[in-house]
Design a binder for this molecule. Sequence first.
Ligand SMILES: NC(=O)c1ccc[n+]([C@@H]2O[C@H](COP(=O)([O-])OP(=O)(O)OC[C@H]3O[C@@H](n4cnc5c(N)ncnc54)[C@H](OP(=O)(O)O)[C@@H]3O)[C@@H](O)[C@H]2O)c1
Length: 233
Amino acid sequence: MKKTAVISGSTRGIGFAAAKKLISDGIDIVLSARHTKELQEKIEELNRLNGGKAYGYACDFSQTHSIVNFAQTILKKHSPVSILINNVGSYIEDTVFSEDIISNAEQLFRINVLSAVQLTHLLIQDMISQPQAHIINIGSVLSENSRPNSSSYTISKHALLGFSKSLREDLKNTGVQITDILPESVNTSSWDGIDAPKDKFIQPEEIALLISDILKMDHSAVEMVKIKNRLFI
Ligand SMILES: NC(=O)c1ccc[n+]([C@@H]2O[C@H](COP(=O)([O-])OP(=O)(O)OC[C@H]3O[C@@H](n4cnc5c(N)ncnc54)[C@H](OP(=O)(O)O)[C@@H]3O)[C@@H](O)[C@H]2O)c1
């Protein structure tokens, strides 16, 4: 049976790599991002590949009304959804001494946590109707650990992991699986302009491969995958 996957923040990085891999697996994809020109270009690029079909809609995941419009369009045009990848995320460097820690934390909480909560809330009834529905939340090593100068981001990624845990309680016996993916540094546009050893970072295509494999497992439930880069190996 044809499956549809919705991926938040998916014109670049992990989201786009996952879209490309899942299209090749024959899954239809709904892309999303703020910039419509890039969104259109990426939809066209994916539709030149063999496999599933790509669609996409502009959405700003920092805005609740934008998420509501996005979810309503999906339910109208792409129901039933069987895969939701809560991928969109943003990073700001700060510490508890930073003057803007509260506004940073609010901003990152909205994009990194509440967008996932809201989109899941809006799509979950539709997803429950599907056999083998799956929610994948893209966290970070900072979902469990800490790093200097990363306060607001660390708080938000810990909270996203908390959401996954509560989802497992709420969705017990529904058949919906929840997987957290916790990567170290990934070579994406998040690192543009930053001098870093990106060849030793995890490549987005490797995470895409992992997502594709996890979605193919019929008899097991992968709850969490932690992925290290090769910087210290
Ligand atoms: N890169 C890393 O080192 C790393 C490590 C661990 C975890 N992660 C996590 O992995 C996830 C993906 O990160 P990435 O590095 O792959 O991202 P990325 O390469 O920076 O790509 C970001 C994507 O999200 C979209 N986006 C950004 N803000 C948005 C918003 N407010 N509303 C809608 N779309 C938005 C962008 O398009 P528009 O700009 O057009 O909106 C783009 O398509 C995030 O949750 C991040 O925290 C990343």
